[in-house]
Design a protein around this ligand. Sequence first.
Ligand code: G3I
Length: 460
Amino acid sequence: MKLGKISNSAFYVMVCLTILSFMSCSSDDDNNSLSGAVAPVAQEASDIALTSFRANWNNVFRASEYALDVSTNSGFSSFVEGFDNLSINQLSQSVTGLNSNTTYYYRVRAVVGGVISGNSNTISVETNTEFPDDVTLKSATENNFFVGVAVSEARTNISSYDEIYTREFSSITAENDMKMASIFTGIDNTGAIIYDWSKVDALVDYAETNNLNVHGHTLIWHRSLPQALENFSGTDQEFEDLIEQYITAVLTRYQGRINSWDVVNEAIDDDPNIQWRDTVFLQRMGEDYVEKCFAFARAADPNVKLFYNDYNMTFDGTKRGKVLVMVDDLLVNDLIDGVGYQMHIDYNFPSREQIQEATDEIVAKDVLVHFAELDVKVNAANDLTELTEERSQAQRQRVREVVEIFNAIPQNKKYAITVWGLKDDDTWLIPENNGRPEWPLLFDASFNKKDAYQGFLEGL
Ligand code: G3I
């Protein structure tokens, strides 16, 4: 249609709207600028969720755009970041990144012919508090990926832990009970390894009773060295034979019951110029010791999934590069099935972009991805004596981001996200940092769901 050629009915509508605008303008001087631009009428919010809602308003004739303010106070003395006079050219706007259980206020103005109207009426909206109790981490991730928790065998016998382990999680990993130093208790005088299977047996039984996946952690780790290996006086070949004997015994015993194992943990050095961490395994078995361990594992049980697991993978690109080269080498002989990125992160570090980039690089390999050992520090700077609302919400956002990034991985590569402990006061980070207060997990010391827990669900 050419401009200027207006049908009778369109002309009639325009005249009516002009008259209406004029009437509205002259009858509502609170809401309109003196210049005569008509203020919109803000309407009730829709799509209200935990951290977002949609703000709505009516059309103002000839408005080229609208300006939206969102605030936590009805006097609009401050604004939600990004929602201070936000310019929008439609009649609604999704307001995201909010806190749950919080009252927000919004108002809009119209821009007509370059003139800005006065404020609309103010709408208040309360974001939701939390997901309903029948939504659990387990139910929300069913048929998608495992959501795991680091457990101890002792805690499976405590009802408050047991109740949450079985209600919320679909996978368990022993925080310590399946490490070499826990299982390999000595060498007898025939040269055979003495094993203590008691905790592993109990955990595997527990998992079977409760229909939980088991991710084994970890066969070989320099920080969990049995005394007998530290002091081992035999030859290098005898040392290697013991390692083969150990890996074979563990994998054979739990064949079909433990689904996956971290075969080697943290073997890559942090120094950019050094490939392998200097450990007794490197010294005794040589530079191909990682490959040897994976080969022993594959031979012992061809069906168990074999993982490599390491830290700082989300932000140390050099270290990650070394790990990825190792993964390529292991893939040549089909010796590896998955990689664990330990997610010991901070509420403000690394960035979402760094985590995404690191994830993209591992997704490009033919392996399963495990976001292992998730905990989110909020007090690395030691500036808190209690978990503040603001820091708790920041932690929630962080967990949400991590879960969003993981959830976006192609389905056939998603293995698990494993949280490194159940409740805040059990975290390894407190003893690790000489008692510095920390609240890195999804449940508080009283077993209550934290904001971070809600963040996990929000990320799905
Ligand atoms: O079992 C003893 C107990 O008898 C004693 O009373 C207590 C006193 O300190 O110590 C207990 O052992 C501690 C054990 O955790 C159980 O709490 C060890 O000293 C302590 O070294 C051990 O720390 C574990 C650490 O690995 C070393 O194995 C942490 O719980 C565990 O979270 C941590 O996990 C590692 C991952 O396996 C690999 N990636 C890094 C991550 C953090 O270091």
